[in-house]
Design a binder for this molecule. Structure first.
Ligand code: BYC
Ligand code: FE
Ligand code: FE
Length: 469
């Protein structure tokens, strides 16, 4: 495959002068954004990073020290499938589109822009965390996630530049102009405007919010617009690492609490400088519920239109018997006459809920693994996922209050009991207080257990991040 050095790729960039020109114009703006909004204070450090260099299953990545602004952000799509067809919706069985179908141009642009917007948003949200990393290993993982989210932005900008002409170039600029938490130009989806300013939040975010990314990418990986599908399927290979960082990060916080509980026979974990399981539960409640909002409304004509058009499918669409999905209903909690009931909704309109339910099952598997750690220490505490109606701000439940069991509360009860469910000021202050950097070789903060192994066969003691000579 032809290569073009400045931007590693498998899309024959060197043969497409117009696209190269568009990307080269965008590149300096991207770098300005990365310097201004990317990881603060570590831009000149050497970081032991993996870089995507191809799409071969066994060898897509190389590991080496890199200064982040010089990371080689590449454009990779999984190889095309011969004679691929649209797998669902009204165009089932038609050849997959290699160009944007005119009638769906706006819809597609909107989905791609929404996906794209989350990638730089996450980098902005996490930009200050390097200063308080619990170990060099963790700081390296943070930066790995950050550069890959940067690459995911490249992946979407490639689609905008290649297939949407002038509009696409304007959208690509806007992606660098909106900022997480900004008053006048915020990011598009709510969670991406929340601060992520402590490491427990970072690990929750990479567990729950990146996992929404996984499910949205799976759904877009089914797309009948082939370049989008192929781009998203390659992004998923990187997403696995982000969720590894989250799940093992929270897992090590839990492990540390358990070590203290069993070594000291004292149930005041905070007295020993670690994070108690009750606080972990409240952080789960918060980040899980915020991430559930990212699937959109339970009943959505947008979702029905995306499905009908063949643009956004279900998780493993091929595993379903019926890809037209016109004849079935899907149960959704509704309150038709004063009582919450699972009521049927035509399944196309419930596609957001279908995907959300698959996500919920995946999250439940993560919690089961965390609980196994607690069980191993013989501690009777168990972590749980709250009900899906708890603490929602998008969709049918947004105007109601629920406890974590899904019992409806009055506004007054909710206000009185919030600190039972969600991290309160005291929790946040406590966690924040623990966030002091431990950047000496082989050392780790007291509130988190060591990882079982290092990166790419290196030991935990490896110098994953080092200052320029
Ligand atoms: N916040 O029919 P509805 C990732 C809006 S994460 C604010 O419910 P739809 C990553 C909606 O735009 C994956 N607004 O929604 C993770 C609409 O607005 P308009 C990102 C929201 O369109 C970590 C209105 O409410 N990828 O990759 O079916 C680190 C009613 O719309 C929200 C995608 O999201 C919200 N949460 O579904 C880095 C995939 N939810 O039209 C990266 C692309 C809804 O009234 N996006 N609204 O102005 C989509 O497929 C859909 O846009 C959504 C929403 C699933 C997000
Ligand atoms: Fe991403
Ligand atoms: Fe991610």
């Amino acid at each position: 495959m032809a290569s073009y050095d400045r931007i590693p790729n498998n899309v024959d960039l060197s043969g497409d002068k117009k696209l190269v020109r568009a990307l080269e114009q965008w590149l300096p703006d991207y770098l300005d954004w990365w310097h201004g909004m990317g990881p603060a204070g570590f831009q000149a450090h050497d970081v032991y990073l993996r870089t995507a260099v191809s799409v071969d299953p066994g060898g897509w990545a190389v590991y080496d020290y890199v200064k982040m602004p010089r990371y080689r952000w590449g454009i990779f799509l999984v190889p095309p499938e011969k004679d691929r067809t649209v797998g669902f919706g009204d165009h089932l069985g038609h050849p997959a589109w290699q160009e944007v179908p005119g009638e769906y141009r706006n819809m597609l642009r909107r989905v791609i822009v929404t996906q794209a917007d989350t990638e730089p948003a996450s980098v902005e949200q996490q930009r200050s965390l390097g200063h308080s990393g619990p170990s060099l290993y963790d700081v390296r993982n943070l930066f790995q996630v950050n550069v890959e989210e940067g690459r995911h932005l490249w992946a979407m900008v490639y689609l905008l530049h290649s297939f949407f002409g002038r509009d696409g170039r304007d959208e690509a600029e806007e992606l660098l102009a909106r900022h997480s938490g900004s008053e006048d130009k915020p990011r598009l989806l709510n969670v991406f405007n929340e601060p992520v300013d402590d490491w427990l939040s970072f690990f929750m975010y990479t567990t729950f919010t990146d996992r929404d990314g996984k499910y949205q990418l799976i759904a877009l990986g089914e797309s009948g617009f082939d370049p989008l599908s192929r781009t998203c399927r390659f992004m998923l290979t990187e997403e696995a690492h982000h969720m590894f960082v989250g799940e093992t990060g929270v897992g090590r916080v839990i492990e540390r609490a358990c070590q203290i509980l069993s070594e000291t026979k004292c149930d005041d974990v905070r007295a020993h400088g670690a994070i108690d399981l009750e606080t972990v539960q409240r952080y789960i409640n918060m980040w899980y519920s915020l991430s559930l909002d990212l699937f959109g409304s339970e009943i959505s004509t947008n979702a029905a239109n995306y499905f009908a058009a063949g643009l956004k499918g279900r998780d493993h669409e091929a595993s379903y018997g019926d890809h037209v999905a016109l004849a079935r209903d899907y149960p959704v909690w509704q309150k038709p006459d004063g009582e919450w009931l699972l009521s049927p909704v035509p399944i196309r309109n419930a596609m957001n809920e279908v995907l959300r339910d698959d996500y919920i099952k995946d999250c439940a598997r993560v919690l089961a693994r965390w609980n196994r750690t607690i069980e191993r220490y013989g501690i009777p505490y168990r972590l749980r996922l709250p009900d899906k109606r708890f603490h929602r701000s998008i969709g049918l439940y947004a105007r109601h209050c629920f406890d974590t069991e899904g019992r409806e509360l009055t506004q007054e009860e909710w206000e009185r009991r919030t600190s039972e469910f969600l991290p309160c000021e005291k929790d946040r202050a406590y966690v924040k207080n623990l966030m002091v950097p431990v950047h000496n070789l082989g050392k780790i903060a007291n509130w988190i257990a060591r990882p079982v192994k290092g990166i790419n066969g290196k030991p935990f003691e490896f110098e994953y991040v080092r200052k320029e000579e």
